[in-house]
Design a protein around this ligand. Structure first.
Ligand code: CU
Length: 239
């Protein structure tokens, strides 16, 4: 959300608060407090809220939408939105993409479209899609047989067909990422998968490795998010 849109949100909220206050102070008291409250709840508040969302709030909504789609300022957007909807607790437009890989691709495409320097002759979204299928296979369909060693953990990751392809690409590639963040790890190619061995250290004690297991180890490091954008841009080989 831009600074302007943030200001619009704050100003909008302030105007709403002022209107509510003014209404409470200066409305005829004939109905009594209960009558006024009823009127406000049924008509006044809803109408004001609607006006804000349609008018000035429209900008806010659009900013939120862009923010969510672009993956930029998402937390700010949510915060502002939450503030405005404190009472209703409902979003006016759904934000969930329906499917995580779909949402990941949508976010990347929005980022590329928002970036004037994007070189569309190099962009390749299907490479990112294949990688997300790999991630799905490894996360949901790979079999992982974990065995504790005296000084670490050994995990035999196996699968068939598309799952096996994904294991062969993702698990060895993850070893270099683990090493980069200071882990002691190695992989060995098997006919039906990959054997992953992680050695315990002061920073990664045996108890922790045991608790993490295959997937807890696979999610270490924050490399997927930047790599996904690079893959889409055609700047990173599939892993
Ligand atoms: Cu990834």
């Amino acid at each position: 959300m831009s600074k302007f849109q943030w200001k619009a949100t704050i100003v909008g909220a302030a105007i709403l608060a002022a209107m509510v206050y003014a209404y409470a102070q200066f409305s005829p008291s004939a109905d009594g407090p209960m009558g006024m409250h009823g009127q406000m709840s049924q008509g006044g508040m809803a109408q004001m809220h609607q006006q804000m969302m349609q008018g000035q709030g429209g900008n806010v909504g659009q900013g939120m939408h862009d923010g969510m789609q672009g993956g930029v300022g998402m937390h700010g957007g949510m915060g502002g939105h939450g503030g405005m909807h404190g009472q209703s607790g409902a979003l006016s437009v759904p934000t969930m993409p329906g499917q995580d890989a779909f949402g990941t691709i949508q976010e990347v495409v929005q980022l590329l479209q928002a970036d004037r320097s994007t070189d569309w002759s190099k962009v390749n979204i299907s490479v990112l899609r294949q990688h997300l299928i790999d991630m799905n296979e490894v996360t949901l369909h790979a079999a992982a047989a974990e065995r504790m060693l005296d000084n670490g953990i050994e995990i035999v990751v196996t699968g068939e067909g598309r799952t096996l392809e994904a294991i062969k690409r993702m698990v060895p590639a993850h070893i270099s990422e683990l090493r980069e963040i200071g882990w002691i790890a190695k992989s060995e190619d098997l006919a039906n998968g990959v054997k992953l061995t992680v050695t315990a250290s002061e920073a990664q004690p045996l108890t922790k490795l045991k608790a993490l297991g295959f997937m807890g180890i696979m999610v270490q490091g924050g490399h997927h998010q930047p790599h996904h954008l690079m893959m889409a841009k055609g700047e990173f080989p599939i892993h």
